[in-house]
Design a protein around this ligand. Structure first.
Ligand SMILES: C[S@@+](CC[C@H](N)C(=O)[O-])C[C@H]1O[C@@H](n2cnc3c(N)ncnc32)[C@H](O)[C@@H]1O
Length: 266
């Protein structure tokens, strides 16, 4: 097991691993959009002619979900090439070959001609992908880059966990974790309180679990104007299959208030 700090490169390697590719490809083929995703995509992107940018598209679960909703102008990117290959194959099989798939790192969008300084009408970053970027400053860099890729007035829709909106057992576990951090006894691979690195049937997974204040702070730091947030269960009752695939999470929507000038990194 990797005993160094979890970096973006570790996360990318984990997502390119066969177990993860199988897990997300199955979800793209057989699960599709969550009901909550469908409701909020239709609410925040009512016009099907919008040009949408999808960050962290993986094997295309939400990408093809957007396509089935009637969106045809979709540019989707991910930094895991193996997942992207699966997304491209699925899009071709479904006759959605006009979806543009790009290999790119959300923390470094300025390197991608197809994405940087674009004029996208909206962004989606589904299933907590933003929180799989290690380091708050890197997540804020990604949020800034995504804002720079959008026109003024564009909306970003994404999810995160919410460390505070959990049951008593989780609260106790986080209290114990806080004690470990205060004593310097935390897992040395983690950089920030709220980080987790765990293994499950989909492979090894890094995830940062924020509280609500942190996400609000990061949106503001990246120049996004908070418009909406709600727990998934407040949006829709999900099927057992969706609940088996994914934990409870918080949906966020924010608006790009500014001009398209690229925002400086922190
Ligand atoms: C939990 S998976 C979600 C995949 C897909 N959106 C879905 O909902 O099934 C998170 C995705 O974000 C991607 N990702 C994480 N960090 C990224 C980064 N820095 N740049 C681009 N993609 C990233 C991963 O490769 C992975 O495909």
């Amino acid at each position: 097991m990797n005993q160094g700090r979890i970096t973006g490169e570790v996360v990318r390697t984990d997502f390119n691993a066969p177990q993860a590719v199988l897990h997300y490809t199955r979800a793209a083929h057989f699960l599709g959009l969550w009901e909550s995703e469908r409701i909020l995509m239709e609410r925040f992107f009512p016009d099907r002619s919008l040009h949408l940018l999808e960050a962290g598209c993986g094997a295309g679960r939400a990408t093809l979900g957007l396509w089935h909703l009637g969106f045809t102008r979709i540019t989707a990117f991910d930094f895991a090439g193996e997942l992207l290959e699966q997304a491209r194959a699925l899009a071709r099989a479904l006759g959605a070959g006009q979806i543009e798939f790009v290999e790119a790192d959300a923390c470094d969008l300025s390197r991608s001609l197809a994405l940087a300084g674009g004029n996208f009408d909206g962004v989606v970053f589904t299933f907590n992908g933003l929180m799989q970027i290690p380091g708050r400053s890197n997540r804020e860099r990604a949020l800034r880059g995504l804002r720079s890729a959008c026109r003024p007035g564009a909306t970003i829709l994404f999810t995160t966990h919410d460390r505070e909106a959990t049951g008593p057992e989780e609260h106790q576990a986080w209290a114990a974790e806080a004690v470990r951090w205060s004593r310097g006894e935390q897992d040395r691979r983690l950089a920030e309180f709220g980080d987790r690195y765990f293994s499950d049937p989909s492979g090894s997974t890094f995830m940062h679990l924020p509280d609500r204040a942190e996400v609000l702070g990061s949106l503001a730091a990246a120049g996004w104007e908070h418009a909406f947030d709600a727990l998934r269960r407040e949006v829709a009752a999900e099927s057992q299959a969706v609940r088996d695939f994914s934990d409870e999470c918080r949906f966020w929507a924010a608006v790009n208030p500014g001009t398209c000038q690229s925002a400086p990194d922190a």
